[in-house]
Design a binder for this molecule. Sequence first.
Ligand code: DON
Length: 326
Amino acid sequence: LFLKAFNEEHVIPDWTRFVSDMQIFFDQAAKDTSGQNAQYIPVLRDANPDLWGISFCSVDGQRWSVGDASVKFSLQSVCKPVTYAIGLATEGTDFMEQWIDVEPAGRPFNTQDLDPATQRPFNASLNSGAIMAAGVVASGFPPATEWKEIVDHVRAKWQELCGQEDVGFSMETFESEKATAYNNFAIAYNLKGRRGLPRDVDLHKMLDVYLGCCSIEITAEALSVVAATLANGGICPITGKEVFPALVVRTVLAETMTCGLYDQAGHFAVEVGLPAKSGVSGAILVMAPGVFGFCTFSPRLNAKGNSVRGIDFCKRLVNCYRLHIF
Ligand code: DON
């Protein structure tokens, strides 16, 4: 790394200039106070809506953070690509395709709709697909395994992805998720009733694993390294360790590009042109393959459940730097 820095061989040679531009876009996006926090559980409803942080990590490990990048929040739907990747890596593409399709749905994240022809969830970014992916992962463990043990296994993967130990779990979030998860219960019963579940895994365990993954706690700083690992073909730029095979990462990035922002995925692909995954706690994980990954965090959401400032920042970034993959 030192040699690279002295020879200006980094993927972004003038990092100082790059991050000073990012600071400008950060300040501009901060002016947008539209949208509102997710309202369905107290821990999200009561979060400070003015929190605003961004963190970048290049594929060769240059880092920069600003604002509330070290505040912990729950992953929520940002957990979905990783649960899916674990399924792909352990069970293979064919097994995953039997249970979850890879087609954009153009539907809201909490839709009950399944593909009418095959009764599968349309993709792994919708709650339906992510609940099924949690079922696939859970079905790979002996039936007596507790949900928390499976979530800890997933959490360990997040630690590898961010190259550090600092990944937590919020039991408070998990419990209030569970107390209000009527729609997710309905999705799980629907999955079980229509197509059945992988290896006939216990429906309640599947749901606990899904809600448990949503309740994993992390910071934007750590998530930027996760994004960089995905942008780097599955190799963590901090530890140099391969966390997922490159082919798994390719599938996951294609899936997030087309489905990650739900019924805003098309607009985001047109306006930003990078794979990204959002969550209702206000994070957006964005991958610029071969260049860097970053995470924005701001709790105010638009009507589609995506962070307002995060999207605003992404648009400013690609208007200035030629990162749109097309
Ligand atoms: O299952 C749910 O509905 C939430 N725990 C997560 C949804 C979510 O983050 C949707 N993304 N924007």
